[in-house]
Design a protein around this ligand. Structure first.
Ligand SMILES: [Zn+2]
Length: 297
């Protein structure tokens, strides 16, 4: 799991390593700012436990787990890009940006078989096709989960977003037959040559086969994604973190405009609450202390 935030915290830890996290959180300066843990969704429960125990061992520390659905290569690449933004952005800002960057990438793999693939789920026909040794598939998880069968060199029905953005592309080295298919997808994504990297260990597990080439494309200029995401977030009234959800992920306070919506909806309920208060307050002094007009019952 990747820990982002205060300079003392920036590191990659084993997802279950509570001691290492507590050690990192030991200096008071490390606890002054919140941190974000970015972890694959499959390991999120373990990471949440580690963060919870880590915080218990380091009073005052505030940390949030981001469960990423990105496949392994994409998570490595996006994680590196986020790590490069740590000097400019606070941890709460990084959390907002992380989700925005995830929505802006194209991530997937070329595979020779989908028989054991869990997500997205292959159709029966795609299962059967996997039995032909020459079969190839293009699978994407972002921005849309889909499986396209390659027929005569063409991934049939593959939908790639027309982002209009200049994309940087990475793909894994190793499996020749699927690499050619991946190269074709990369060519459809733009002009740039892919950066070839070693296949992450988790890749074989994610795609349920070693006969795969994973790829990810990320907008070359992420500044627009960052700016748009932060502009759309509202400031938490309680802790000041940018909030892009119904409630603040750091202090759990409801989003300010969500509070306004609830206030408007439950005005009647609040009047009921005042009526109830009236029945329990007898003297004028009590009523004044409660901020209620005298003798209005
Ligand atoms: Zn907050």
């Amino acid at each position: 799991m990747r820990v982002l935030g205060a300079p003392d915290l920036r590191t990659t830890l084993d997802v279950g390593d509570v001691d290492a996290l507590v050690e990192r959180l030991r200096p008071p300066a490390a606890r002054a700012d919140p941190f974000v843990v970015v972890v694959p969704a499959a390991a999120a429960a373990t990471a949440a436990r580690t963060v919870s125990l880590g915080r218990a061992g380091a009073p005052g520390a505030v940390g949030v787990v981001h469960a990423s659905t990105l496949p392994p290569l994409a998570l490595d690449v996006v994680g590196d890009l986020l790590a490069g933004m740590q000097d400019e952005l606070s941890a709460p800002e990084l959390l907002v940006v992380t989700e925005a960057v995830e929505r802006s990438v194209v991530a997937g793999a070329a595979l020779s078989t989908v028989t054991r693939l869990a997500e997205p789920t292959p159709s029966m026909a795609q299962h059967l096709r996997s039995w032909w040794p020459t079969s190839r598939f293009v699978v994407t998880t972002h921005p849309t989960p889909q499986i396209a069968v390659v027929v005569q060199g063409e991934p049939r029905g593959l939908r790639l977003p027309d982002t209009g953005a200049d994309l940087d592309v990475w793909c894994t080295a190793g499996d020749e037959p699927t690499r050619a298919v991946a190269a074709d997808v990369v060519a459809r994504l733009g002009e740039r040559e892919p950066v070839e990297v070693e296949r992450p260990d988790a890749s074989r597990v994610r795609w349920a086969t070693s006969r795969c080439t994973e790829l990810v494309a990320v907008p070359h200029d992420l500044s627009l994604v960052v700016r748009t995401a932060l502009d759309a977030a509202v400031e938490c009234r309680s802790c000041g973190a940018p909030v892009a959800w119904d409630a603040c992920r750091f202090c759990h306070a409801r989003r300010p405009d969500a509070i306004d919506r609830i206030d408007a909806l439950t005005a009647g309920d609040r009047l009921d609450a005042i009526d109830l208060t009236d029945q329990t307050l007898d003297s004028t002094d009590d009523r004044a202390a409660a901020g209620l007009p005298a003798g209005a019952a």
